[in-house]
Design a protein around this ligand. Structure first.
Ligand code: SF4
Length: 288
């Protein structure tokens, strides 16, 4: 049995589970019943941040069973906890807000909230993108329209935060090497130079009707291999590439915890107060 040597990151769920989109496949829905106040949540979020920082962790991801920006007060409270940890030395170079980006198209919203979140330690906004074309993006989110990506990027950068993208690999969307290659070019042109991709799947890591074909995913990895330079691999699979000076990352949606390995990809802080060694809680409990 291996001892844990490294805990790379913390992912924390925040907010009341509300969402301003209506996706055909909602990855957060199954966690929504937990999205209510819990006395252990804040204590365990603090403990998870400190534990990961002590074990060489480098990032905190704030996400939700809905859309985190729809409950800005919860996001502020989570960042208050992070700031307290950071002031005591448990600091992460990357603190990322995962968002569908809809509210960030609104300049007033950005002016109202982003400076306070930045002051508490937020470093980047990570936009979840189904397609670089706003019409297709709106369709995937079940909306009439989606803000211009350039507008979102400008609003976020105006508040001196970084912009990243999570380019979601989805059947009939970005699902093979040619759609991936052209999506990357489009996003880079729209000012996004740090792009992570993973295939959509079930919360337990299995494939579902929205997961691209194995051949399509293989083609995307081969495209990266041919067109970009590997900077480093991830122990859990995938890696980070340099593509004409832009950062491209490919990984899996979730990694099942393996107690025989000496690393943890991420501690996940659930809203029922559980901290687990992976998104799949079973066999991966860390704190209650
Ligand atoms: S944006 Fe996220 S939480 Fe909202 S409906 Fe889509 S998948 Fe679900």
């Amino acid at each position: 049995m291996a001892c844990i040597e490294k805990i790379y990151s913390v992912s924390a769920l925040v907010g009341d589970g509300r969402c301003n989109a209506n996706c055909g496949f909602c990855a957060g829905k199954y966690l929504r019943p937990q999205a209510k106040p819990n006395p252990n949540y804040e204590k365990n979020l603090e403990a998870a941040i400190k534990l990961s920082a002590r074990y060489g962790g480098w990032s905190l991801s704030l996400t939700s069973s809905g859309e985190p920006t729809c409950d800005p007060a919860s996001l502020t409270r989570a960042l208050d906890i992070y700031k307290k940890c950071a002031d005591q030395g448990a600091y992460f170079p990357n603190v990322n807000l995962f968002t569908n980006g809809i509210l960030l198209g609104d300049e007033e919203f950005c002016k109202q909230y982003l400076p306070g979140w930045k002051e508490r330690g937020l470093t980047n906004v990570a936009l979840s993108i189904h397609h670089p074309d706003e019409k297709m993006q709106a369709e995937a989110y079940g909306l009439q329209s989606y803000p211009q990506f350039e507008k979102i990027v400008a609003n976020v950068r105006e508040q001196e935060l970084g912009v990243r993208a999570t380019l979601l690999l989805r059947k009939d969307g970005i699902d093979d090497s040619s759609s991936y290659g052209s999506a990357i070019e489009d996003l880079v042109e729209k000012g996004i130079d740090n792009i992570t991709s993973w295939p959509i799947g079930n919360p337990d890591g299995t494939r579902n009707e929205f997961t691209p074909s194995r051949l399509g995913l293989f083609g995307i990895r081969r495209w990266l291999h041919k067109n970009a330079k590997l900077c480093h691999g991830h122990e859990w699979g995938g890696g980070v590439y340099d593509y004409k000076g832009n950062i491209l990352r490919i990984t899996d949606y979730v990694t099942k915890h393996d107690p025989k390995k000496d690393f943890v990809r991420q501690l996940v802080v659930f809203q029922d107060g559980t901290v687990a060694y992976s998104w799949i809680k079973e066999g991966a409990l860390c704190m209650k």
